[in-house]
Design a protein around this ligand. Sequence first.
Ligand SMILES: Nc1ncnc2c1ncn2[C@@H]1O[C@H](COP(=O)(O)OP(=O)(O)OP(=O)(O)O)[C@@H](O)[C@H]1O
Ligand SMILES: [Mg+2]
Length: 383
Amino acid sequence: MENPYTPGSTSPAYLSGRGQELAVIDELAARVRSLGRPGGPLLAFYGPRGTGKTSLLRRAQAEAHKSKMFTVWVTGRGDASMIETLAKSLNRAVSTAELGDKARGLLHRIDQVQVEFGVPGAKVGAQFVGTTKAADVVHDLLEDSARFARNHEHHGLMLFVDEFQDATVEDRKSLLIALQEFDGDSIRPTPVGIVSAGLPSIHGAITEAATFGERTRFVEVKGLTPAAVAEALRLPAEGVGVRWDDRAIAAAVEIASTYPFKVQVVGSCTWNFARPGAGSVITEGHVRGATDEIEDRMDDLYRTRWAAASPAHRRFLVAMADGGGDTASRENIADGIGVSTNALSRPRDELIARGLIASGGRGQLTFTIPGFGSYIRRREGRE
Ligand SMILES: Nc1ncnc2c1ncn2[C@@H]1O[C@H](COP(=O)(O)OP(=O)(O)OP(=O)(O)O)[C@@H](O)[C@H]1O
Ligand SMILES: [Mg+2]
């Protein structure tokens, strides 16, 4: 039987424990849908790597699409302007709506933008005069498409921006300015909403782009509760007639910690070990039997994260891992590197912004990927 778990895929078979987050997005979408008005200030989900931000946005996009809205998806990149992908994605949204000749004018305008901004190899911002023009283009594209949608059997437009912190500052500015203008225009409402996601550094990325970016609504995407982990494991199996017994679930919840990526790894590896058929039961023995494969899969993730860390960050991470778990105090880390706790602030803030560690309160810092500490101890020969 096909394995129903999805390590690495942004559309898990069952998106567990995200009811509140989806409700927050729907509040915004409902203003667009039901009132034909802008969705309000930017909504920004943030959290460390692997907590399920992209999966959350993908699900919200699917729902918006189902409820008859145009949906557009862009991913922030530092090396290319967003306008071309925005235009491409808009083109797709309009084309797939099958509005025939009625859409011709709008598609033509979108094409023009693509031609103007899609010059291959063009440097970021090189073809704009300052940033004003880029902002105008983004504003007009969104406004035209959203109003067109509203007039043609759709409710409006939802734009999803993933990895917002990586977008160029011009792009971030353009989006925030556009939202601000839509929000201020009560005479001709533009039915558009923007939902973004990114690493904790999204806070700085937004305020850097526009002072009024402070009006953004920030929502943290946290790890899953034990009950949500249990559902994430049970429901995809039940869908194909396979049951986890309670002890298997307890063991798996413990191993997965609260980390969505690891939940999928645990589910997937246990499934491969158990090779269940319809009517089978997954037991604790299956979970234990899958331990090595689970660790191998997680090691791949740790390795990538480690490879991307600078020497200064690695020193910090090693000192942190030396605490013996996934959590360490600032004092102990400072002692480990041999610096004062003040000198610690910079690498700490950078590692938090990159989503590798998080503050655990009371001067404690913790690895955001469970088991990262143990991986570092193993590779440094400290275990
Ligand atoms: N609510 C959830 N329930 C079950 N599995 C989930 C959930 N959210 C995410 N996952 C799984 O967790 C993994 C990571 O999800 P995703 O890529 O969405 O995280 P992310 O926060 O966008 O990570 P990154 O910061 O690296 O982009 C995927 O394998 C996905 O299938
Ligand atoms: Mg993501």
